[in-house]
Design a protein around this ligand. Structure first.
Ligand SMILES: [Zn+2]
Length: 311
C-alpha cells in the first residue's frame, strides 16, 4: 500500500511537471503540431514552377554551376546591366559582392543573399538554398536600377562562404567596420521560394525552442543544443505585419543574419513558411529547381520593392 501511494505521488508530480512544461512552451508546441499537420498536406512538387523564359529564368543557369561560377555569373549579370558593384575579396575565394552607392557613408540598409552552395557535387542544385534568393535580388536591383529608383541608403550584398559557417558575412561586417560603412540593418534572404515569406528567430544554432525553467533552454534538433544564443525577432527592422510577413518566434535558424547580430547590427532572416519543405530538401539532392514556386518569388520581390521604396 505504502509503495503504491509513493508511485501515485511520483506519477502526479511528473504529470504536473509535464503540464507545466507544455504550458510555458505552448507556442513551441503549437509550432510542432502545425508542422506535423503541414506534413499531412505537403506536396514536394510545386504548382507554379519557375518559367525558364520568365524573369526568374536565371535560376536554371545557377543550379547547374558551382559556387565560384555563381560569383562570376552575378558579376556578369551586373555588368550587363551597367550596375556598379564592389568585389570584396574573402580569404579562400567566394568573394562578397556589394552593390551600393559607394560615395555614401551614411547608414545603410542591406539586403543580403548568399550565392554559395552547400556542396559542389555535380547532382546538387541548391535551388531553394540559395539560387532563388540570388535571382530575386538580381531582379530587384535591375528593376530599381532601370527605373533609377536605387536609393542611396540601400545596399545589396551577395555573400560567399555562407555554407562554410557564415564566414563571408562575418568577413563582410568586419570589412564594413574597418571601412567606416555604417550598416543600419540587414535583411537576409535564405531559402525563399515556397509559400509565403516568414521571419525566423535568428541564432547561432538551428532548432525548435524548448525552455526548462532554471535548467536550460534547449533547441530541439538532431542532436539537441543546450543554451544556444539567439535574438528575438526585431520589428524595428521591417514592419512584418504591414508587409504580410509571418514571424516565427519558436524556430531558431542560423543564417548570414547572425553575423550582423553578433556585432550588434539589427538583422532579420526571411525564409519560407513551408518549413516542411525546407527540412525535406535542405542540403540534399532533393533541393531542385522544379520544386520552386514562381508566385512565391514574385511575392517576395514585390514586398522587398515596396519596403525599399519606403526607406
Ligand atoms: Zn542557405
Amino acid at each position: 500500500m505504502h509503495k503504491k501511494r509513493k508511485i501515485f505521488l511520483v506519477f502526479i508530480l511528473v504529470s504536473l511537471l509535464a503540464i507545466f512544461l507544455v504550458a510555458i512552451n505552448f507556442s513551441s508546441f503549437l509550432e510542432g503540431i502545425k508542422f506535423l499537420y503541414n506534413g499531412l498536406t505537403y506536396s514536394e512538387i510545386s504548382n507554379n514552377p519557375i518559367n525558364p523564359n520568365g524573369k526568374y529564368g536565371a535560376i536554371y543557369d545557377l543550379v547547374k554551376i558551382f559556387s565560384i561560377e555563381r560569383m562570376e555569373y552575378i558579376r556578369k549579370y551586373l555588368n550587363s546591366k551597367n550596375i556598379d558593384y564592389k568585389l570584396i575579396p574573402n580569404p579562400g575565394g567566394e568573394d562578397n559582392i556589394l552593390v551600393s552607392n559607394i560615395s555614401n557613408k551614411d547608414s545603410y540598409t542591406l539586403i543580403v543573399a548568399h550565392y554559395d552552395k552547400y556542396t559542389e557535387k555535380e547532382d546538387y542544385q541548391g535551388a531553394l538554398d540559395n539560387a532563388a534568393s540570388v535571382v530575386v535580388l538580381l531582379n530587384l536591383i535591375s528593376d530599381l536600377g532601370d527605373k533609377k529608383l536605387l536609393p542611396e541608403n540601400v545596399g545589396f550584398l551577395f555573400t560567399g562562404l555562407e555554407e562554410k559557417g557564415i564566414l563571408g558575412s562575418q568577413y563582410f561586417v568586419y570589412w564594413a567596420k574597418a571601412n567606416n560603412y555604417k550598416i543600419k540593418r540587414a535583411i537576409v534572404l535564405d531559402m525563399i521560394g515556397r509559400g509565403n515569406l516568414m521571419a525566423m528567430t535568428p541564432g547561432v544554432k538551428n532548432g525548435l525552442k524548448f525552455n526548462i525553467p532554471f535548467v536550460a533552454e534547449i533547441l530541439i534538433n538532431f542532436p539537441p543544443v543546450i543554451n544556444a544564443k539567439y535574438w528575438n525577432i526585431d520589428n524595428s527592422i521591417i514592419d512584418f505585419k504591414k508587409y504580410g510577413i509571418k514571424t516565427n518566434n519558436n524556430v531558431v535558424t542560423t543564417s548570414d543574419a547572425s553575423s550582423f547580430l553578433l556585432l550588434g547590427i539589427p538583422a532579420a532572416h526571411l525564409s519560407s513558411d513551408n518549413i516542411w519543405h525546407i527540412l525535406n530538401v535542405m542540403h540534399t539532392n532533393k533541393d531542385t529547381i522544379e520544386k520552386l514556386d514562381e508566385k512565391s518569388l514574385e511575392n517576395a520581390e514585390r514586398i522587398l520593392e515596396n519596403y525599399i521604396q519606403s526607406l
